[in-house]
Design a protein around this ligand. Structure first.
Ligand SMILES: Cc1cc2nc3c(=O)[nH]c(=O)nc-3n(C[C@H](O)[C@H](O)[C@H](O)COP(=O)(O)OP(=O)(O)OC[C@H]3O[C@@H](n4cnc5c(N)ncnc54)[C@H](O)[C@@H]3O)c2cc1C
Length: 407
């Protein structure tokens, strides 16, 4: 079957590109391997879809900052929100994070799907792109799992990365592009839970606290995050953990020693003074009850066990070294990090197709004519907060703009 443009992947980037091109009269085929398009959009933001952020600073994308800066100059954040507004989506903001006003991810998917509805658009679901080759007559040939072949002068690769394979993304798009001759940077799970090796974890399972985390790599502080920390039987979870996870995964891969130092009372500047004052005010309290109203009981128990202090001991009897030990644990509870919960649980992929091989103004491949590479397939990832969906949307709009300018 012949088309003017083939879009591989019916996720955030693929659907946005399709929606932007649908009214142009171009004959478009969108190929999605799952039975429905946009499954990851539906799962995003806990079903609420955090689609963007009021502060789209390219610096948040780490090593991809310069690429993202160029892209966001080409398609400014306001243009992405304007595009969705033009599709009828009303949005709201919570602490700078932008959501659909309905707080339902289905609203984002619904407006995109409605915009893709056009007699010129053919959506092929349950069809996997298994090969992508430059056609001898010029343009591109795509082989589908059904055995069917598609041909077009332009192909947009929007098959995502390797994170959350149950949502259709297992690195297949990156491998297709590698086969073609593009190079891919090593991939790591990012925005994912961390596995830690610590005897106290089993007893802490389910405990949630506000904490400040320092990621220590090779004995040196590498990054800091604050927020809600959740202890699990395998390690730790929570947005603050997610933000540090990509860096931790890379360091572990490089066989560096990785630890999380958890400050359990970040709002107290001098824990030693605070603890001594608390003892003075409550001299007859037990070592366990002195923490009542400060920590969940399970955490207090674990702290005392680590410090070698009996929960029943009266605080006025604590020795100097016991006080110091407990204050050290409160300020920096050290958890050796041994891994992540893997791509299966990760929200994004760190790594992917090398940015040097793509023009950030248009998302066109620098190696092949008529080929565009979008979204998470690329070696760019941002933190939690709407940065990854926004990157996928902005790239899709840049590519659509370029394709339309060539007609
Ligand atoms: C649980 C979860 C929550 C998230 N929440 C947020 C959030 O709130 N905010 C945010 O900014 N980001 C969030 N993300 C990340 C964000 O969803 C992704 O970065 C974004 O969807 C990437 O867009 P994409 O178009 O590149 O890839 P995807 O949206 O992953 O789409 C790729 C599509 O290609 C299809 N595909 C793959 N291979 C083939 C093939 N060979 N043939 C045909 N089709 C193929 C896949 O089935 C998939 O539908 C979340 C991710 C997860 C997993």
């Amino acid at each position: 079957m012949h088309f003017d443009c083939i879009i591989l992947g019916g996720g955030a980037a693929g659907l946005t590109a399709c929606a932007a091109l649908a009214g142009s009269g171009l004959r478009i085929a969108l190929v999605e391997r799952l039975d429905r398009v946009g499954k990851k959009i539906m799962a995003s933001g806990n079903g609420r879809c955090n689609l963007s952020n009021e502060n789209m600073n390219p610096a948040f994308y780490g090593g991809a900052a310069s690429f993202v800066d160029t892209l966001y100059r080409q398609v400014p954040p306001g243009d992405v929100l304007g595009f969705f507004s033009g599709l009828g989506l009303m949005t709201c903001s919570e602490d700078g994070r932008i959501y659909p006003r309905t707080l339902m991810a289905s609203s984002v998917l619904d407006v995109l799907r409605a915009a893709c509805e056009s007699e010129n658009v053919t959506i092929l679901t349950g069809q996997e792109a298994v090969s992508l080759t430059p056609s001898r007559r010029g343009g591109w040939s795509v082989q589908l799992s059904s055995g069917e072949g598609l041909f077009a002068p332009t192909v947009l690769c929007a098959m995502g990365g390797s994170a959350s394979p149950h949502l259709g993304t297992d690195g297949a798009g990156i491998r297709l592009l590698e086969t073609l001759g593009h190079s891919a940077c090593r991939q790591f799970p990012a925005l994912v839970q961390l596995r830690c090796d610590h005897g106290a974890l089993r007893s802490l399972k389910g405990v949630r606290i506000q904490a400040a985390l320092t990621l220590e790599i090779g004995g040196k502080p590498a990054a800091r995050e604050t927020g809600e920390l959740l202890f699990t039987d395998y390690g730790v979870s929570g947005v603050c953990v997610f933000q540090l996870s990509g860096l931790a995964a890379q360091a572990l891969d490089a066989r560096k020693r990785v630890r999380l130092l958890v400050n359990l009372l970040p709002e107290i500047l001098n824990v030693s003074t605070w603890f001594r004052e608390r003892i003075t005010a409550r001299p007859d309290h037990s070592a366990l009850s002195i923490f009542t109203g400060v920590f969940p009981r399970l955490l207090s128990m674990a702290l005392l066990k680590q410090s070698g202090i009996s929960p029943e001991m009266q605080v006025s009897c604590l020795h100097e070294d016991q006080i110091r030990a407990i204050c050290d644990y409160i300020s920096a509870f050290a958890l050796p990090v041994i891994g992540t919960q893997g791509f299966k649980n990760a929200q994004v992929t760190r790594g992917g197709i090398a940015l040097a091989e793509v023009d950030p103004r248009t998302m066109a491949s620098r190696l092949f004519d008529g080929l565009y590479i979008l979204g998470e397939t690329l070696d760019a990832d941002g933190p939690c907060g709407g940065y990854n969906l926004h990157f996928a949307f902005a790239g899709a709009l840049a590519a659509a703009k370029d394709i339309l300018s060539r007609q």
